[in-house]
Unconditional design. Structure first.
Ligand code: TXA
Ligand code: MG
Length: 352
């Protein structure tokens, strides 16, 4: 069915408990969701596609609009730590410490669910991923809806996550009734997904909360080995799918400017029209026919914020092949490298 997709801007949202006035666009979105519809909305990570997590029909709409495989469970967005307890069998102390430290914010915690939510949300697993977002529009939408919001990123499955309303419209125009436009998402990369196993915090997807930050809460933080060893099955079903792919093949070159230049030169000798994702310091120096910069090389926050936008931009440009370089994988670089590796055909080693 083709829907007319309305984009509604949200005015400046006052995020405090005293001021109860809710933006009319958010009210309209909440009414749609209460009626079993789905609405795209901004969060501090990326735009989500939200539906009532207790309503099977709404969850089916989310999977259909995205073209998402039914075995890939959705994250559920809640208003508070207390609400998380409504959908779970047990919240271990370590999970509660993580909530206290990082909620509201870009951390999703996998917990055993209690059967209250639609089984379609959890793809039949006995766990559910919960997150309390920090974005004021997301928080007001959850409050106005009065329901837990199942919300994956609001891209067509396999594409880079949207960091602006225009990206959502590109992917889902005619497939959903409404997009709430709250401007650019802040982090630009999705939440970190963790599972608490005994005293261990297992990272299933690196994201907005870094390993270094998690280690301030627990001395035992490990990354799911499947993220680096291809033959193991990841604990997070979503990590097995191709993701974030730009419309032209992306090659991730190990090293810095010299390695990038060499890879681009070789592609040009083969007659390819080349594009490069560069950093400010390298603008005009890569030799690529087209360049888009992500920001200063040391500014991992800017790079995180710009990455998906830049990958989308190359859709419209006339290039056959796209190149970028590896980044140091500490702090936010861990999530950036994870996404670049998944978006690309793998890391290319070069002699340069
Ligand atoms: O920042 C974010 O997390 C954004 C915003 C909208 O909140 N949402 C998002 O959702 O990125 P999505 O569906 O694109 O990614 C959710 C990831 C997937 O890799 C999924 O497999 C994993 O979380 N996940 C969800 N529930 C899980 C569970 N019970 N066990 C393991 N992994 C789970
Ligand atoms: Mg996603």
């Amino acid at each position: 069915m083709v829907l007319k997709t309305t984009v509604r801007s949200v005015g400046k949202v006052v995020d405090n408990a005293v001021n109860k006035s809710i933006d009319p666009a958010i009210e309209q979105a909440a009414a749609l969701i209460r009626g079993g519809e789905v609405v795209a909305f901004p969060t501090e990570t990326v735009y989500g596609l939200g539906g009532d997590a207790t309503n099977d029909a709404a969850i089916k709409r989310i999977f259909a609009a995205k073209g998402r495989p039914a075995d890939n469970p959705l994250i559920v967005h809640v208003a508070s730590v207390e609400e998380a307890a409504d959908y779970t069998r047990d919240i271990p102390l370590l999970a509660r410490e993580l909530m206290d430290a990082f909620w509201p914010g870009p951390l999703t915690i996998i917990l055993p669910h209690n059967g209250t939510l639609s089984p379609l949300v959890t793809a039949g697993l006995d766990t559910v991923g919960l997150r309390m977002p920090a974005h004021p529009v997301a928080r007001q939408l959850i409050a106005a809806t009065g329901r837990p919001l199942a919300a994956p990123s609001s891209n067509r499955s396999g594409r880079p996550s949207p960091t602006e309303a225009a990206h959502v419209l590109d992917d889902l125009n005619g497939r959903i009734p409404m997009i709430l436009d709250g401007g650019s998402a802040g982090v630009g990369l999705e939440s970190t997904v963790v599972e608490v196993i005994g005293q261990t915090v297992m990272v299933l997807r690196p994201g907005g909360v870094t390993l270094e930050e998690l280690r301030q809460v627990s001395s035992d933080v490990v990354v799911d080995p499947a993220l680096s060893i291809a033959k193991e099955a990841p604990r997070s079903p979503g990590m097995k799918y191709t993701h974030y792919a730009p419309e032209v093949p992306l090659f991730l070159v190990e090293g810095e400017l010299d390695a990038l230049k060499q890879a681009i030169e070789e592609a040009k000798l083969d007659g390819a029209r080349t594009g490069a994702l560069v950093v400010d310091e390298w603008l005009g120096l890569s030799g690529a026919d087209q360049e888009v910069t992500l920001g200063k090389r040391v500014d991992l926050h800017a790079i995180g914020r710009e990455l998906y936008r830049a990958l989308r931009e190359f859709k419209a440009r006339d290039v056959d092949i796209l190149f970028t370089c590896t980044f140091p994988d500490d702090h936010l670089g861990g999530a950036i490298m994870n996404r670049l590796t998944k978006a690309s055909e793998g890391i290319q080693k070069s002699d340069a």
